[in-house]
Write a new protein. Sequence first.
Length: 207
Amino acid sequence: MEAAGARGVRADTVAGPGVMPCDVTDERQVRSVFDAAGRVDILVCAAGITRAEDVFQASLDSFDAVLRVNVTGTFLCAKRAMEGFRERGTGGRIILLGSVVGHQGALKGHLGYAASKGAVHAMAKTLARTGAPLGVTVNAVAPGVVETAMSAAAHGRFGIDALAAQMPMGRLQQVEDIAAACVFLASEAGGSITGAVLDVNGGMLMR
C-alpha cells in the first residue's frame, strides 16, 4: 500500500485527489461524502478531538463537543457504511479508532476524550454483532500515545518525552504503527476477527 504522502496527498488538508472535507457531526455532509465516494468496502473512523479538561474544568458545551466528533461522528459514518454494506450484500470492514484511555481512563484530565473512547469500544462490539450476519467485520484499534500534533498539544514536549521514557518499549507509537493495525484488520488475514479492540500501545497497558 503506497502512503498518501508519497503521492503528494495530505489527509489533514482539503487539497489533493480523492480528498473530500467533511464535518462528521453533520449527517447531511456525511451522506454527501459517502454518495460522492461511491462504493465503500472499508471504513476507518479516525476523526477525533480532545480537550485538556477534568470534571471541574469541563463545561457541558466542551464535553459535548468532544462526544459529538468522537462518538456521534463515528456513529454517523458507521451507520452510512453499514447501510451500504446491507444494500449490496457483499460484506465489508469497519475499523474505529479507540484509545488506551477507553480502557483505563485518561492520565490527567481529558474526561470527555476518555468517555468518548470507552463509548467507541462499546460501539465496535455492538456493531460487530449487527454486522456479522451481513459479512461485515467491525473492530476498534486502541492506540497508546501516538506522536502527533494533537498529542504534543495535549501533553507538551516535556510530557511526551516523559511518557516515552516510561513505556516498556521506550518509545511512543507512530502513525504508521496504527495504520499497520488498520491494514491488517481490513485485509483477508483479519477476516475472522470482529468485535475486538486491538491494543497498539507499546506495552503501556497489558491486559
